[in-house]
Design a protein around this ligand. Structure first.
Ligand SMILES: Cc1cc2nc3c(=O)[nH]c(=O)nc-3n(C[C@H](O)[C@H](O)[C@H](O)COP(=O)(O)OP(=O)(O)OC[C@H]3O[C@@H](n4cnc5c(N)ncnc54)[C@H](O)[C@@H]3O)c2cc1C
Length: 470
């Protein structure tokens, strides 16, 4: 269908013409996310009602036009990129509904609500929404649901999927369905809620979610453990977790990320250690006091240099701010950041650190390691300059080796950032031919015309990771 006709038909669906974007400048604003690649859509629409989404999907189905759902575009795996042109469905403007029901202990939210706002509103009522991706102040709940986002608190509290009990979804063929509901327990039929969560916008458009809330913990305490050896810090993580303590958060920063943060916003972190671990304990104050002593003991056993306990909530806040600053700080070293989130079983954290050290030396790259170490979800980030094509070739080879190392250690390609375009070429390595085929069959039954977010998750023939302009 020609573009003018498409714009006319969209006008019949979306009553407010300001929510239909067709100018080149606007289309370019939707051509990228926080990963790699640049693809300009034909049109962008900003729905604010389920019926509008359903009609857009019906139209797209009739004329076989690709549709790309999008939240705030913070995906690190290429999820919302309109790789085959067509329609971008910008759901970030649809943020009107954020209801906290303290009796049922649930939040009911529209897809464009910023995740951090859900927790902030729940806290006012003595509750928490635990999933806390580092991007929670900019990313939408729709994007979090589609990517099954995690965060530091994932260690103790799990990830987005553990908090979703009901969804409203528009199918690729334009039908409106409800999955799950408001009850904590529900085993009626297949669990479509969990199938949609993490499906990266390939099976349906999420138009409403019902999220579980938990009581706010009575108190929290933060510790910082300093290590002269990165591999020792990995041992400390495994040992703490085997000592019967489950911290709320356990995050690692290696020397390169500490130095980058100190160069960017000096917070007084020691720059001569090889790694530091930040630990947050939460629960009853007496239990926390006991756990703090135990964590200190365990760290001593693996040769910690020092364990510092945050004396005040301001001091704790400052330490966690340092962790949040890693991403903005490291891009000041070089402009291109390749963020991976390969994840390994907890027992393999020291081995993964060793493999990352070897990969860094072999390819002579700025490889920084930080992230949610407590659940094995390390974030090896390579800092490079994409104008340097020779360096980017080395990056491609290093990324491939990072994935291989994670899989060989019994881990996974992605703990939370999703597959999108970036990891699609490696899917078979983890899932095997039959495993991947079963997923393709699910996609085909939901979306027979392959119009919803095509070009994602599933590798195309001969597809490989390309970060250069070749
Ligand atoms: C600095 C930084 C820190 C980050 N930290 C974390 C972290 O700690 N943990 C983590 O998990 N991720 C993290 N991320 C990645 C990213 O923020 C998450 O993947 C987030 O969930 C994306 O949300 P978004 O609103 O930006 O969605 P987008 O990037 O716009 O879209 C992401 C995917 O969701 C789909 N989608 C969006 N809305 C819908 C909907 N309503 N229905 C169906 N599909 C939809 C899109 O098609 C796409 O596939 C980080 C990113 C950055 C830039």
């Amino acid at each position: 269908m020609d573009r003018e006709r498409l714009i006319d038909l969209m006008g019949e669906i979306i009553p407010d013409e300001k929510r239909i974007l067709t100018d080149q400048a606007d289309l370019y604003s939707y051509s990228y996310d926080a990963s790699f690649g640049f693809f300009v859509p034909d049109i962008v629409v900003q729905p604010k009602a389920t019926e509008e989404v359903a009609k857009v999907m019906k139209l797209a189905n009739q004329f076989e036009i690709p549709v790309y759902p999008r939240g705030q575009g913070t995906s690190l795996s290429g999820g919302p990129l309109p790789v085959k042109g067509g329609i971008v469905l910008d759901l970030s403007r649809w943020d009107q509904n954020l209801e906290i029901d303290s009796e049922d202990m649930v939040a009911i939210v529209s897809p464009g609500v910023i995740t951090g706002n859900i927790n902030a509103k729940a806290m006012e009522k003595g509750l928490i929404y635990p999933p806390d991706p580092s991007s929670s102040n900019i990313a939408t709940i729709g994007g979090n649901l589609a990517e099954n986002a995690g965060g530091p608190r994932g260690l103790k509290y799990g990830v987005t999927k553990d908090y979703v009990i009901g969804l409203e979804v528009v199918t690729p063929e334009g039908e409106i369905i409800r999955t799950g509901g408001r009850t904590v327990k529900n085993v009626t039929g297949y669990d479509l809620t969990k199938l949609i969560v993490g499906s990266e916008g390939t099976l349906g458009v999420i138009t409403e979610a019902i999220l579980r809330l938990y009581p706010k913990p009575a108190s929290t305490q933060t510790l910082m453990a300093l290590f002269d050896d990165l591999v020792d810090s990995g041992r400390a993580i495994s040992k703490v977790l085997n000592s019967g303590i489950l911290p709320a958060k356990m995050e690692i920063m290696d020397q390169a990320s500490i130095q980058a943060v100190e160069a960017y916003r000096p917070l007084g972190l020691p720059t001569d250690v090889e790694a530091l671990i930040l630990i947050e304990l939460d629960g009853h104050p007496m239990a926390i006091a006991d756990e703090m002593l135990k964590v200190q003991e365990v760290c001593k056993e693996v040769g910690v240099r020092e364990v510092k306990v945050a004396a005040t909530s301001e001091e704790a806040e400052k330490l966690w701010r340092a962790r949040k600053l890693v991403s903005p700080a490291i891009v000041r070293v070089k402009p291109t950041k390749i963020s991976e989130d390969a994840t390994v079983p907890r027992s393999k954290i020291p081995a993964m650190f060793q493999r990352l050290k070897e990969i860094k030396d072999k390819y002579n790259l700025d490889l920084v390691v930080f992230g949610h170490a407590g659940d094995g979800n390390l974030h090896p980030n390579i800092i490079a300059d994409k104008r340097n094509q020779e360096e980017m070739k080395r990056v491609e080879m290093a990324v491939e080796e990072i994935f291989t190392a994670a899989i060989e250690l019994g881990g996974t390609l992605s703990g939370e950032h999703g597959i999108g375009t970036m990891k699609a070429p490696f899917m078979e390595m983890e899932l095997g031919e039959v495993g991947l085929d079963m997923m393709k069959r699910i996609k085909q039954s939901w979306d027979p015309k392959n119009i919803l977010n095509p070009g994602k998750i599933f590798p195309e023939i001969g597809q490989r990771l390309v970060l250069t302009d070749e």
